[in-house]
Design a protein around this ligand. Sequence first.
Ligand code: IPE
Ligand code: IPE
Ligand code: MG
Length: 252
Amino acid sequence: MALFQSSTRTIPDAPAVPRHVAVIMDGNGRWAKQRFLPRVAGHQRGVETVREVVKACRELGVEYLTLFAFSSENWRRPADEVSFLMQLFLKMLEREVARLHENNIRLKIIGDRSRFDAQLGRHIVEAEQLTANNDGLTLTIAANYGGRWDIMQAAQAMLRDKPELCGSFSETELEPYLSMHYAPEPDLFIRTGGEQRISNFLLWQLAYTELYFTDTLWPAFDRAALEAAIHSYQARERRFGRTSEQLKEQSA
Ligand code: IPE
Ligand code: IPE
Ligand code: MG
């Protein structure tokens, strides 16, 4: 049996506090530009927002927080910005992992690791191993992640394991191979920075996620902004394909 309820094959629970929040942390560059700073200053300030949002999620009872840090298309950026982001990721792993561990946080990294250098690859493995048995918040960082890559790699891995499925397979057979198999589907998606698009984030998993877009730039996103997103989520009617009347009958 699958570990978590699938939004397309069952009617999952709709918890009042989102169990899984997935975030596109966008707007770092514009935040810096508004202050006549280089774009990378925005990325640096964005790390502080990550700390604040992780803390707030733990306190609010969110169980899974997934942050999009670097997309499979972000390699198209200028080489010096890409290299700064890789360095920042490495520094974050070096400096923050002990504190995450103390706070009982399980850290997961999803994405294609084949383009990372050996040192970064090692830190990722070590950080995941150190925190693997923690049962507080599960913090996932999506790095060199793309939703299409995820579905493709899952199909390829599944067919390598089970060649007999070539020709016909079900969602249930594919799901264990997707990067986020260890988490329920996101209840709430947040994108900061004003753009209203998915930018190749969790394409499979966002099937029935509530989407929330805010103009606030990521470095300026704080606990109050997170609470505003959760309030918006709490006012939604999650129908999963049913009618509003059916929902009312059920709760009557
Ligand atoms: C998001 O901020 C961080 C990454 C994509 C790594 P941006 O760098 O995209 O900031 P804007 O969108 O240019 O303001
Ligand atoms: C999405 O932001 C990726 C991350 C936040 C890591 P982008 O800034 O790369 O997205 P687009 O290019 O505006 O769609
Ligand atoms: Mg952007």
